[in-house]
Unconditional design. Structure first.
Length: 628
C-alpha cells in the first residue's frame, strides 16, 4: 500500500507529539514513586476516564471485534462479555469506591491492607505480584500480535522479503517508540498522551462510521448476510447459516465452539458476573482507580469509560465490518479454508478511506496499540519496584532510585512480552487464554476477599496458586478455556476455602481496620460486632439491594450503548430509536439511584481512618485514634 505524503506527515506528527508529551512532563512524573505510578493523585477523573477508555481501545481488540460482528452480527455484542465487558458497571456502582478508599498504590499493596503482615499475607502478596506480571506479559504479547498484523497491511516500507519477518520488524519499531514515552513519563505521560490519542480515535471512528453509511445501504447489506444477522435475539442455537454466502464462516463458528449460543451466553454471564464481583485484576484499570483523587471520583471515572468508549468504537467496528461484508466477500471466498478474518479491518481502510483522512485513521489505530501497550507497561514496574524491591529488598532507597529502576523494569517486560508475542498463533487464542484461563483462576479468591470476613491470606494464596497452575495446564489441553472455566473456578474455590479453614483467622485488628475504611457488604458481622464494642455508632453497609439493582440496570444501559451505534451505522432507525430510549430511561434511573447517592466515606470514623492511613503505613486502629 502506498500512503500519500499527507498521510505519512500526519502519522509522523502524531508520533512526534506522543514522544514530546512523554519527555516534556517527565520531570514532574519522576519526582517520586507516587507521582510516577499514580500521577500524585492529582489527575481529574474525566482525564483518567478518557485515558482508561483509550487504553481499552486497542488494535488487537478492534480487529477481533470487527471479525465477531462480521460473522455473528448483532449477537456479537454479547461475546465481549468474555472479558467481561460489563465489569465497568460493577466498578462504577460500588467496587471503585471500595478500592479507592484503601489509599494504596497497587493491587499487591492492597493485599497487605486486607490481610496484614503475617505469613499468609506475605504469600498472598507474592502470588498477586506473580499474577499481575503474568497478566502484563500476556497483554503485551497480545498487543504485539495485533500491531504486527496492522503494520504489515498499512505501512508502506518493505523491511524484509519475508512477510512474517517484515511484521516482526514493524512491531518492534512501534513497540520501541511507545516504550520511550511510557518509560520516561510514567502515569502522567500515559494519561496525558492517551487523552490526545482518544481524541484522534474518536474522530477516526466517527469518520469510518459515516463513510460506511454512505457506501452501504440496508438493501446491499441484506444481500450478503444470513437471516437473523441484524437481530440480537437467539434461541438454543446461534441460528445463523452462512451457506451459499460464505461457507468458511460456518466453519469458523464451529471452530470457535459457540454454535450452542444459549449455552455460551449462560457461561459468559455466569463467568462475567463472578469475575466482576471479584473486582479489577491488578492491571492498568486498577491503576486508574487508585490514581483518582477520591473514591467518588474513581466511580465517576469508571462511569465515563462506558459513555465515551462504546459509541465511537462501535461506529468504527460496524463501519469496517459492513464495508467488508459488501466489498470484501469475493476475496474472502477466494481464500477458501485459509480465510483470515482478521484482515477485514486492513482491507476496509485501504480501499474506502480517502487520502488525508486515512493518515488520521492510521494514526488513530496506532494510538490504540500505543495506549494499551503504554497502560500495560506502566503497571509492571509498579509491582516489581513497589511490591518487591521496595517492600522486601531496599525499603529506604531514594525516590530517584525507585524511578530509575522502574525504567529498567519497563524495558525488560516490553522485551519479554514482545518475545512471547512472536509465538502467539492468533488473537482469538490469546484472548481466550487471558480472559478465561488466567483470569478464570483469579476469580474465586478475589471474590471471597471482599465479601467474607473469615477468608484469610493462606486461603487467598492457595486459591490463586491453584488458578495460576490450572491456567498453565489448560494451555496443554484441547478444552476451550471458556468451557473449562466452571471446572477451574470450582478447583480454585475449593483451594481458597480449604486454605482458609485449615489455618487461623487473620488478626482482628487488621480486619477491623479494613472494614472501617472499605465498608463492604457481605458476611462481616463478627468484625462489625468487635468494632461496636468500642464504637457502637458504626453502621454496616446496607446497600446490597440498591447496588445489585444498579448493576442490572447498568448492564442494560451498557448493552444499549453498544447496540445503538451498530443500529445507526446499518441504518436500522427503528431499533436505533429503541436503543436511545433505553439509554435515556436507564440513565435517569442511575442518576437518581446511583450518582446522587455516592459517598466518599460512609461515616466520620471511616473518613478519619482514611486521613490517618497512608500507603505503606497501616497503623493499628487504636493508634490511629490516639494520634487524632
Amino acid at each position: 500500500m502506498n500512503l500519500s505524503p499527507i498521510d505519512i506527515g500526519i502519522i509522523a506528527l502524531y508520533i512526534l507529539v506522543s514522544l514530546g508529551i512523554g519527555f516534556w512532563i517527565s520531570n514532574r512524573a519522576s519526582k517520586n514513586i507516587k507521582g510516577y505510578f499514580l500521577g500524585g493523585n492529582e489527575l481529574p477523573w474525566y482525564y483518567l476516564g478518557l485515558s482508561n477508555a483509550s487504553g481499552m481501545f486497542d488494535i488487537s481488540g478492534t480487529m477481533w471485534m470487527v471479525y465477531l460482528l462480521f460473522i455473528y452480527g448483532l449477537k456479537s455484542i454479547f461475546i465481549p462479555w468474555l472479558w467481561p465487558a460489563f465489569n465497568q458497571i460493577f466498578l462504577m456502582v460500588f467496587l471503585s469506591i471500595w478500592l479507592r478508599r484503601s489509599g494504596v498504590m497497587t493491587g499487591a499493596e492492597w493485599i497487605t491492607f486486607r490481610f496484614g503482615e503475617n505469613l499468609g499475607a506475605r504469600l498472598s502478596h507474592i502470588i498477586v505480584v506473580v499474577f499481575a506480571l503474568l497478566g502484563v506479559l500476556g497483554f503485551l504479547a497480545y498487543g504485539f500480535v495485533g500491531a504486527g498484523k496492522f503494520a504489515v497491511a498499512f505501512l508502506p516500507w518493505q523491511l524484509s522479503a519475508d512477510p512474517h519477518t517484515n511484521e516482526i520488524f514493524y512491531g518492534l519499531i512501534i513497540t520501541f517508540i511507545t516504550t520511550l514515552y511510557v518509560v520516561k513519563g510514567g502515569m502522567f505521560s500515559v494519561v496525558i498522551t492517551e487523552v490526545v490519542q482518544f481524541v484522534i480515535m474518536t474522530l477516526a471512528s466517527i469518520a469510518i462510521g459515516v463513510i460506511a453509511m454512505m457506501q452501504v445501504s440496508p438493501e446491499m447489506l441484506a444481500k450478503v448476510t444470513p437471516e437473523g444477522w441484524d437481530s440480537m435475539l437467539f434461541s438454543w442455537t446461534l441460528d445463523l447459516d452462512w451457506s451459499g454466502i460464505l461457507a468458511s464462516a460456518n466453519d469458523k463458528i464451529i471452530e470457535d465452539g459457540w454454535s450452542l449460543f444459549s449455552v455460551f451466553f449462560m457461561l459468559v454471564l455466569f463467568k462475567g458476573f463472578l469475575q466482576s464481583l471479584a473486582g479489577p485484576a491488578p492491571n492498568f484499570d486498577m491503576q486508574r482507580v487508585l490514581s483518582a483523587k477520591s473514591p467518588t471520583d474513581a466511580a465517576k471515572m469508571s462511569w465515563i469509560v462506558n459513555l465515551v468508549l462504546l459509541f465511537p468504537r462501535y461506529m468504527m467496528i460496524t463501519g469496517l465490518a459492513i464495508l467488508a461484508l459488501v466489498f470484501f466477500m469475493g476475496d474472502l471466498r477466494a481464500m477458501g479454508s485459509d480465510v483470515d478474518f482478521e484482515q477485514i479491518l486492513p482491507f476496509a481502510l485501504m480501499n474506502y478511506v480517502p487520502s488525508g483522512l486515512l493518515g488520521l485513521m492510521i494514526a488513530g489505530l496506532l494510538a490504540t496499540f500505543m495506549s494499551t501497550f503504554a497502560a500495560t507497561t506502566n503497571a509492571a514496574p509498579a509491582y516489581v519496584v513497589n511490591d518487591i524491591y521496595k517492600k522486601y529488598i531496599n525499603p529506604n532507597a531514594a525516590d530517584k532510585t525507585y524511578v530509575y529502576l522502574s525504567y529498567i523494569v519497563s524495558i525488560v517486560f516490553v522485551v519479554a512480552g514482545t518475545c512471547i508475542g512472536l509465538f502467539v498463533p492468533s488473537l482469538n487464542e490469546a484472548i481466550l487464554w487471558i480472559v478465561s484461563a488466567l483470569y478464570g483462576g483469579y476469580t474465586a479468591a478475589n471474590m471471597l476477599k471482599w465479601y467474607w470476613w473469615r477468608f484469610n491470606g493462606f486461603g487467598y494464596f492457595y486459591g490463586m496458586l491453584t488458578g495460576i497452575v490450572g491456567a498453565f495446564l489448560m494451555m496443554f489441553t484441547t478444552l476451550s478455556p471458556l468451557y473449562g472455566f466452571p471446572i477451574l473456578f470450582a478447583m480454585c474455590l475449593v483451594g481458597s476455602i480449604a486454605g482458609t479453614l485449615l489455618t487461623k483467622p487473620d488478626d482482628m485488628a487488621v480486619l477491623k481496620r479494613f472494614y472501617l475504611k472499605t465498608r463492604p457488604w457481605g458476611f462481616w458481622q463478627p468484625v462489625l460486632d468487635e468494632i461496636r464494642k468500642t464504637h457502637p455508632a458504626v453502621q454496616p453497609n446496607r446497600e446490597f439491594k440498591r447496588d445489585m439493582s444498579n448493576v442490572i440496570i447498568g448492564i442494560v444501559w451498557h448493552s444499549a450503548l453498544t447496540a445503538a451505534p451498530i443500529f445507526m451505522v446499518i441504518q436500522q432507525w427503528q431499533y436505533f430509536g429503541y436503543a436511545l430510549i433505553t439509554i435515556a430511561v436507564t440513565s435517569w434511573y442511575l442518576k437518581i439511584n446511583w450518582w446522587d447517592k455516592m459517598q466518599d466515606y460512609p461515616d466520620e470514623m471511616a473518613q478519619e481512618e482514611s486521613q490517618q492511613l497512608t500507603p505503606g503505613s497501616i497503623p493499628d486502629i487504636k493508634q490511629a485514634k490516639a494520634t487524632s
